[in-house]
Every structure is written in C-alpha cells, then in structure tokens.
Design a protein around this ligand. Structure first.
Ligand SMILES: [Zn+2]
Length: 126
C-alpha cells in the first residue's frame, strides 16, 4: 500500500510530499515564528492537499522492486561487511559474479527510474 498526494484545487497527483514546493512564511512579520507551507507547483494552491491510499502497481511489481532493493542495499550498506564466503557458498557464485548482480541491479534500477516520469503521476482536470 502506498500513498499519493492530490491537490484539492487542480487535481494533480504527486507521488511524494517532496515534489511540492515548500515556502516559509513569516507568520507574525517579526521573523520569530516561521511557518512552513506546501504549495502545488501546478496551480500554486497552498496547504490544500489530500492523502489518498492506493494500490500501487509499481509497488506490486517484483521486476521493479527487487532491483530497487538490491540497488538501495548496495547504496546504503557497506557490502564489504557481508559474509562473502557464506554468500558465495550459498549461491555457488564467485565474489565477482555477486558484485556483477549488484551492478546489474543498479543499472536496471537506474533504467526504471528514468522511465518513470519524475514527480507527477498523472493530470486530472476538474
Ligand atoms: Zn494544484
């Protein structure tokens, strides 16, 4: 299950809150209380969004999520700390073969990311 954010004004959907522009407003014009607000990059509406739970076909797709998981493990974890001997024995592969799998996962994930239009999933009009 994942969430999308929908602008209540123009109906454009976003896959992440990070895609919304952030503005910081001086709430009391005194530089003491600053309020962070989210604005719709499509129509400029401020703080008028709803969160919709949805079944995400990309989330269900193993051919997307498995390379993603491997690529992110490779990026976030020091894989030199893996028990390489155990892994090689378990997979009956050389260290080079396993590193090759990580690299292939990286390349696949980069291709997937490029194929997904950044930020905006779809446009709906009232
Ligand atoms: Zn909007």
């Amino acid at each position: 299950m994942s969430y999308i954010i929908v602008c209540n004004e123009c109906g454009v959907e976003f896959n992440s809150i990070d895609k919304l522009k952030t503005i910081v407003e001086d709430n009391d014009h005194n530089d003491t209380i600053l309020e962070e607000k989210r604005t719709c990059p499509e129509c400029g509406e401020v703080d008028n969004f709803q969160l919709i739970e949805q079944n995400n076909p990309k989330w269900e797709d193993d051919s997307i999520q498995f390379p993603r998981l491997l690529a992110e493990i490779n990026a976030c974890v020091d894989i030199s700390l893996l028990d390489w001997q155990k892994l090689q024995e378990s997979m009956n592969l050389s260290e080079g073969n396993i590193l090759d799998l990580f690299e292939r996962a990286n390349q696949k994930w980069e291709m997937i990311k490029k194929s997904v239009q950044a930020g905006v999933i779809s446009k709906k009009y009232k």
